[in-house]
Every structure is written in structure tokens, then in C-alpha cells.
Design a protein around this ligand. Structure first.
Ligand code: NAG
Ligand code: NAG
Ligand code: NAG
Ligand code: NAG
Ligand code: NAG
Ligand code: NAG
Ligand code: NAG
Ligand code: NAG
Ligand code: NAG
Ligand code: NAG
Length: 447
């Protein structure tokens, strides 16, 4: 046994060393096969950080140093990986991972995240299940909560936290008073609510979501988190009534607002939403190097100070660019060019590690920068994947191919429904809370 086992192990190690010598990845933006191959390499790289099935690991979570939100972003990314490449290797893993974190109220508030879960964190899981509904991803067993129902529950509980006590409205960053950052209102949390509202509106046609999408966008603009150049700033503290802005600009904020606007544009055909899509697209030019056109996180990348979270933001932007290109086809040319120009940067960065294909943080022309991690792989994967979207159906809705079911059935009938009594009771409570909040805030606006 011993010899039989050690031989392949030896061979494997030998092979790994050999591969690292010849490492590097060639990516031809003009070849679908080449892009699919690159996505396969990066998806595999991403999953190499997952140990949920091993002793000491936790199902559904990429553990330390990764915060919980990033797992949500990773599973959402793997849904696109399947949709755009046809490779279903990770599908079962994605289904069980998404279901493992729903928490007792089926809304992505698992008990063991309370010490750190913010509105932004919750929304990334919301995006993942929304993506599952929109891509018609494998539906969970009928005894389990369904993708659309989960997305609605995330929206409902987030909307119920809309806070008019300061800054004229908005979501706070943190959910729990005892967490640092409860006194901060930030763009990403409100981007999360905006995105969920925009996507649910297009998917279901329910006008309540349009009201919330408009409310969130109007507030973000009113408080100055987005300025006349369509630059999005990080946020501000409630102590100063949000007058003292934290001026960092992160790729994911305009990314999410651009894609959310594209959902609204696509569904309504509204010139205003179309203009916002175009203006935000013009604004994100600051995240592409002026000579090479390569995407970079300008707030931290050159200085080398990006933290673990920030290393994943470019992936969120790339994902949002793909969605925007599908939903607002007039943006395809510009978006394609940004993504295509970024690819050589990725190819020269993703040459690190023992496997010779590990991606670094920066893609600017410095080779591999000796960093590695989930965010780096996710970002690289999202860029190559989203170059493929042109030939695929845009996100489905309930009438164009999405088969996931939601919390609220349109008409009360006695026909069979997959919604369990438990879900229905929970939904009723949450909906009432959201409704009260809504009435509360329109009363406030009327004043
Ligand atoms: C891809 O195709 C375009 C147009 O056909 C061409 O201009 C470009 O050089 C090609 N890029 C590569 C990397 O081959
Ligand atoms: C881990 O376990 C899940 C759930 O049992 C399964 O779907 C998945 O394929 C497993 N993943 C790996 C990498 O073995
Ligand atoms: C706080 O700012 C909002 C605008 O964002 C303004 O409408 C409101 O009057 C301000 N409140 C106070 C107490 O200054
Ligand atoms: C629309 O969505 C809201 C919020 O989830 C819900 O309260 C309402 O019942 C929905 N309306 C319809 C007609 O489904
Ligand atoms: C948002 O602002 C626009 C004007 O920019 C206005 O037409 C719309 O009614 C506002 N929506 C809400 C829900 O406040
Ligand atoms: C506003 O922010 C600046 C820079 O972060 C800080 O120096 C200043 O003290 C802040 N002002 C108030 C009123 O909080
Ligand atoms: C919405 O997206 C679909 C699919 O890409 C596209 O055919 C349609 O033209 C878009 N609608 C608008 C208003 O651009
Ligand atoms: C879409 O498909 C066409 C025809 O197969 C192909 O020529 C084109 O390169 C594809 N576009 C992308 C972005 O993959
Ligand atoms: C969506 O999934 C359902 C259930 O698996 C299937 O019946 C339907 O054909 C799918 N629709 C599309 C557009 O793929
Ligand atoms: C549902 O079933 C109950 C009892 O079987 C019946 O009284 C009721 O009229 C039915 N409602 C509808 C809408 O069919």
C-alpha cells in the first residue's frame, strides 16, 4: 500500500513543480475556448480556498481571513461560471452552500454571523440567490426555501431597516447597534438595497420594488454619496447628519449602481435610467489605467494597502459590467473594451504560486505581486467570464424562463404550492414590517 500510494504522490509533486516552471496562462480574448479555459482555472483556484467539507471547515463558508459576504459573492460567481461555461462541476456545492447560510428566518441572518453582519454583507447573499433565480439555476428541493423567496426575504428585512432618524433616510452600515459602524451610513449597504429592489422589480413586476429602487437612488444622490460626475463615495457618519463624507471610491459601488440602473432601464425603457447607466459607465473610467486600460482599485492598489475585502471588489465590478452589457445593450462596446483591455493584465499577473497560475492583487504590469487569495481568483474569473455574456440570454424574469418561486403567491387558491406554511407565516410577518416601514417613510416624505 505504502509504495502504491507514495508513487502517485511523488508523481504529483513532480508534476506540480514542473507545471510551476512552465506556469503562466495564455488568454486570447478572441477565443471563447480560451476564455472558458481561463475561467476554469480561476474557478478551480477559488475553490482551492474552500475547506467546508474538511474537518474544522464550515459548510458554505470560506473561512478566515475571508469575511462572510465574500462567500456569498463567490457562490454567486460560480452560478455565472456554470451559466456561461456550461461546466456544472460546482453546482451541487453551490446549492448546498447557499442553503447552508439562510439562518432561522430564511433571510441570510445566520446566528453565528451576528457579531459582524452588516447590511452590505447580507446583500451579497441576496445577490447570489437573485442570480440563481435569474439564471434559472437548479431549484432547491421543495422542502427547502426557494431562491426567489430568499431574495424577497433579504429585501424585506433590509427595507425594514430604512432609517429616517438621521441623514434624511438611508440604511446604516451595521445591522446591530453593538457593532462598530452602526453610526455609519455607507454607499455599499444602500447599493445593496437598490440592487435587490431593481432586480426584484424586473423579475416580478411588483411596483413596490420600483418605489424602493427610486427611494434608495434618490437618497444616495440627495445625501451626496454620488456626485455630478457620477463618482460614488464610501459613506458618512450619522453624528454629522452625513455631511462629512469619507471620500474613498471603490469599484463595486458604481458597479452595483450601474447594473441596478440597467435592470430598471431594461424593464421600463426609461430615458432617465438609461442616462444613469451611461453616466455611471463614463464615471468608472477612473478605475482603468489611462495608458493600458487595465482595471485597478485606485484607492489602495498602487499603495499596496488593499485589505482582504478590497481584493475582491474588482470582481464585483466586472460582474456588474456583464449584467449591464446584457440589460442595456448600448453599453456592450464600451464594456467589452474595458474588460478586454484588462485581460493581458490578468494573464501577466496570474503566474504565481506553486501551481504557476495563482493570481495577484494588482493586474498593472508588474507580474505576480506575491499575494494570493479568494478575492484575487474571483476577480480574475469575473473578468474573463463576463467577456462571454454577449451570446447568452439576459437574466430571466418570472415570465421569460425563471422558474424559482417567491414568498407571495399572486392569488390565494387551493392549488398546490411549494411554499410551506412556515415560509408563509414568516413572510407575513416580514411583509407587515416592511409595509409599516413604507407607510412610515411615505408619511415622513409627505410631511
Ligand atoms: C482580437 O480581434 C480584434 C478584431 O478582430 C483584433 O483587433 C485584436 O488584435 C485581436 N486580439 C488578439 C489578442 O488577438
Ligand atoms: C462538499 O459537500 C457538499 C454537500 O454534501 C457536496 O455537494 C460537494 O460536492 C462537496 N464538495 C467537495 C469539494 O467535495
Ligand atoms: C440632515 O440632512 C438632510 C439631508 O440629507 C436634511 O434634509 C435634514 O434637514 C438634516 N437634518 C438636520 C438635523 O440637520
Ligand atoms: C409586492 O411586494 C411587496 C413587498 O414584498 C409585498 O408586500 C406585496 O404584497 C407585493 N404585491 C403583490 C401584488 O404581490
Ligand atoms: C425620485 O426622484 C425622481 C426625480 O429625480 C422623482 O420623479 C421620483 O418620484 C422620486 N421617487 C421617489 C420614490 O421618491
Ligand atoms: C470631517 O472629516 C475630516 C476628515 O476625515 C475630519 O478631519 C473632521 O474632523 C471631520 N469633521 C467632523 C465635524 O466630524
Ligand atoms: C433588455 O435586454 C434584452 C436582452 O439583452 C434586450 O434584447 C432588450 O433590448 C433590452 N431592453 C432595452 C430597453 O434595452
Ligand atoms: C458569439 O458567438 C459568435 C458566433 O459563434 C462568435 O463569433 C463570437 O465571438 C461570440 N462572442 C463572444 C463574446 O463570445
Ligand atoms: C428553467 O428550469 C425549469 C425547471 O428546471 C425548466 O423546466 C425550464 O425549462 C427552465 N427554463 C429555461 C429557460 O431554461
Ligand atoms: C379552498 O378550500 C376550502 C375548503 O376546502 C373552500 O371552502 C374554499 O372555498 C376554497 N377556496 C378556493 C379559492 O377555492
Amino acid at each position: 500500500m505504502r509504495t502504491l500510494l507514495s508513487f502517485p504522490l511523488f508523481a504529483l509533486l513532480f508534476l506540480a513543480n514542473f507545471i510551476s516552471d512552465v506556469g503562466a496562462i495564455e488568454i486570447d480574448v478572441n477565443s471563447t475556448d480560451s476564455l472558458v479555459h481561463a475561467a476554469w482555472v480561476f474557478a478551480h483556484g477559488m475553490m482551492s480556498y474552500y475547506n467546508g467539507n474538511q474537518t474544522g471547515g464550515e459548510q458554505g463558508k470560506f473561512v478566515e481571513p475571508y469575511y462572510w459576504w465574500e462567500s456569498g459573492a463567490a457562490w454567486g460567481g460560480l452560478i455565472d461560471y456554470w451559466y456561461l461555461t456550461g461546466d456544472d462541476t460546482y453546482n451541487q456545492q453551490v446549492v448546498s452552500s447557499l442553503l447552508s447560510q439562510v439562518g432561522p428566518d430564511n433571510n441570510y441572518m445566520p446566528a453565528d454571523e451576528t457579531t459582524s453582519e452588516g447590511n452590505d454583507d447580507q446583500s451579497f447573499w441576496g445577490f447570489a440567490v437573485m442570480n440563481a433565480a435569474e439564471r434559472n439555476f437548479t431549484n432547491p428541493d421543495s422542502s427547502q426555501p426557494q431562491w426567489l423567496a430568499l431574495a424577497e426575504a433579504v429585501f424585506n428585512v433590509m427595507a425594514s431597516r430604512w432609517d429616517t432618524s438621521t441623514c434624511n433616510g438611508g440604511l446604516r452600515w451595521q445591522i446591530f447597534q453593538f457593532n462598530n459602524g452602526y453610526d455609519y451610513k455607507n454607499t455599499i449597504s444602500n447599493a445593496g438595497l437598490f440592487m435587490m429592489a431593481a432586480r426584484l422589480y424586473r423579475y416580478t413586476g411588483n411596483e413596490t420594488y420600483l418605489y424602493w429602487a427610486e427611494t434608495t437612488y434618490n437618497w444616495t444622490e440627495g445625501v451626496g454619496f454620488v456626485d455630478e460626475n457620477y463618482y460614488f463615495y464610501d459613506g458618512a457618519h450619522v453624528e454629522t447628519n452625513c455631511t462629512n463624507l469619507t471620500l474613498y471610491q471603490w469599484t463595486y459601488n458604481p458597479g452595483i449602481f450601474m447594473a441596478g440602473s440597467a435592470y430598471l432601464y431594461n424593464y421600463t425603457g426609461s430615458a432617465l435610467w438609461g442616462q444613469r447607466v451611461q453616466s455611471i459607465l463614463d464615471g468608472i473610467t477612473i478605475f482603468f489605467d489611462s495608458t493600458t486600460g487595465i482595471m485597478y482599485e485606485q484607492a489602495c492598489e498602487i499603495a499596496g494597502t488593499c485589505d482582504v475585502d478590497e481584493k475582491a471588489f474588482k470582481g464585483i465590478l466586472a460582474n456588474c459590467m456583464g449584467l449591464t452589457a446584457q440589460l442595456a445593450p448600448f453599453t456592450w462596446g464600451a464594456i467589452y473594451q474595458h474588460l478586454a483591455q484588462t485581460v493581458p493584465g490578468i494573464a501577466q499577473s496570474c503566474v504565481g504560486g506553486r501551481d504557476g497560475v495563482t493570481c495577484g492583487t494588482t493586474w498593472l504590469d508588474v507580474g505576480w505581486d506575491n499575494t494570493w487569495g479568494l478575492g484575487q481568483e474571483l476577480s480574475a474569473m469575473e473578468v474573463v467570464l463576463n467577456l462571454l455574456v454577449q451570446n447568452f440570454s439576459a437574466p430571466y424574469t418570472s415570465t421569460t424562463g425563471g422558474s424559482s418561486t417567491g414568498l407571495i403567491t399572486p392569488v390565494e387558491t387551493n392549488s398546490t404550492t411549494v411554499i410551506t406554511t412556515g415560509d408563509r407565516a414568516g413572510a407575513g410577518i416580514i411583509t407587515s414590517v416592511a409595509l409599516l416601514m413604507m407607510l412610515g417613510s411615505s408619511w415622513w416624505i409627505a410631511l
